[in-house]
Design a protein around this ligand. Structure first.
Ligand SMILES: Nc1nc2c(ncn2[C@@H]2O[C@H](COP(=O)(O)OP(=O)(O)OP(=O)(O)O)[C@@H](O)[C@H]2O)c(=O)[nH]1
Ligand SMILES: [Mg+2]
Length: 314
């Protein structure tokens, strides 16, 4: 049984040595514990520090690709290195290493595929009020979409089983945390959580410049990922209001035509025609999207097969 503890890094020369010095070298029921660093085009000494501290696997990007792309790289590399479980922790030392044992335990026991370290964000003393409210909102939205009680959907402290990494495919550039939860539901993976406390913040977020960018990126991410997996539901729901308003205008047109007016009420007719066209376009997009989603599912199955085969050869 091999666990790889993985750390995404963007200019983390100050905190990376601290995080690495605290990580466990052994875990119960685990034969090998290794570390992996993904250096996403850091302009400081992150890469050199990771190398000098004997991190087992260091991957360096030549351009900043974002956390979502880093996820793809760390999954590929960890699977090639024979990982059975991959734990992700952040380089800002937010997540205490003591919880790693608890984080992998449900996977080792065969009870979960993904385990999330729940920071209890609405009560955390380290988050300011607006961040707490936003966290609550994301958790509610993501939890509803993924049909799972999700108290901390954006926590980066997670353990993934090899089986889950074989079927998860992230397409977002800036992050993977929401993608993987929504996909977990679609791919019948068991998501579990453990309660954790966090260390005090060491610096502001590197992922978002400000709270508005946070809202914009996270909202776009949730909408895109959900649309990718449930296009028919999204476009059908978007089309319903147009259909209902169309009924009103078409009814109004015929009512006036046959009762009060002798002349045609052309405005209602034009509006009804426009509404029915919009409704039909949205509905058709849902059908086309559904067919594309089915194709995507087939492609994903092939990708899982390729990953399994390359794992066997490696
Ligand atoms: N690969 C990669 N990693 C990044 C990038 N930006 C940040 N990170 C890493 O992602 C992890 C989380 O970043 P943080 O800056 O702590 O962001 P955050 O956790 O949303 O913010 P806080 O909740 O305020 O800590 C850290 O290990 C960063 O080094 C990036 O562009 N690419
Ligand atoms: Mg952080």
């Amino acid at each position: 049984m091999k666990v790889i503890i993985q750390i995404p890094c963007k200019n983390e020369q100050d905190m990376l040595p601290v995080v690495l010095s605290e990580l466990p070298t052994t875990l119960p029921w685990v034969d090998i514990v290794e570390y992996q660093v993904i250096d996403d085009w850091s302009t400081d000494q992150t890469y050199k520090i990771a190398k000098s501290l004997w991190v087992h696997h260091v991957v360096q990007f030549r351009k900043n690709r974002g956390l979502g792309n880093a996820f793809k790289a760390w999954v590929t590399n960890a699977l090639l290195q024979g990982a059975d479980i991959v734990v992700n922790t952040d380089a800002d030392n937010q997540y205490p290493w003591e919880y790693i044992e608890q984080l992998v335990a449900p996977i080792l026991a065969g009870k979960a595929d993904i385990v999330i370290g729940d920071r209890n964000p609405t009560k955390s003393p380290h988050f300011h009020r607006l961040k707490k409210k936003l966290q609550w909102l994301w958790n509610w939205v993501v939890g509803s979409l993924a049909w799972v009680a999700m108290p901390d959907a954006v926590s980066g402290f997670r353990a993934y089983s090899k089986e889950s990494l074989l079927v998860l495919n992230v397409t977002s550039q800036f992050s993977y945390v929401i993608d993987t939860i929504i996909q977990a539901h679609k791919k019948w993976l068991q998501v579990d959580r453990i309660s954790i406390h966090t260390n005090p913040p060491t610096r502001p977020s590197r992922l978002f410049d400000n709270i508005f960018q946070h809202i914009q990126k996270s909202t776009a991410n949730i909408v895109r990922v959900y649309t990718m997996y449930e296009p028919f539901r999204i476009f059908f729901l978007a089309s319903v209001p147009f259909f209902l308003v169309w009924w009103f205008f078409i009814f109004r047109f015929f009512w006036l035509f046959f009762t009060i007016w002798s002349d045609w009420n052309i405005q209602s007719l034009i509006l009804a025609a426009m509404l029915v066209m919009v409704w039909f376009n949205l509905f058709s997009l849902g059908v086309v999207g559904d067919v594309i989603a089915k194709n995507r599912a087939l492609i994903e199955e092939s990708m899982t097969m390729i990953k399994k085969l390359s794992d066997r050869r490696g």
